[in-house]
Design a protein around this ligand. Structure first.
Ligand SMILES: [Zn+2]
Length: 111
């Protein structure tokens, strides 16, 4: 079961979106995503528009629990995934898209 409690709270498994093999973490840098503008902040951070407007005046909003990270699949090689951790500890991930790279604090680009 994916939601079974693990001994280590930080341990979570990531599987290849293509072949469903378990992926290896490369322990490379995590590129946190950030959002700019009230609309983006409100939509992605799930906060009221008024609060987002206020946040936007202070600059980009960095998402602490959403980042791009490199993984390795024995079938598909290196993969950059967008990982998003919820407050309850569950993790969602998907292949990083070009627009995700435009929102990271890092400079690595897939383009
Ligand atoms: Zn794979």
């Amino acid at each position: 079961m994916p939601n079974k409690r693990s001994r280590c709270r930080d341990a979570y498994r990531i599987y290849c979106p293509y072949c469903e093999l378990r992926l290896w973490r490369l322990n490379g840098p995590k590129h946190r995503l950030f959002y700019t503008g009230p609309d983006e902040i409100s939509k992605n951070m799930n906060i009221p528009h008024g609060k987002a407007t206020f946040s936007a005046t202070k600059g980009p909003y960095v998402h602490e629990y959403c980042w791009l990270e490199e993984f390795f699949c024995s079938n598909h090689g290196n993969l950059w995934l967008r990982v998003r951790r919820s407050r309850d500890g569950s993790v969602n991930h998907s292949i990083a898209r070009p627009e995700d790279w435009h929102r990271t604090t890092g400079t690595v680009s897939s383009e």
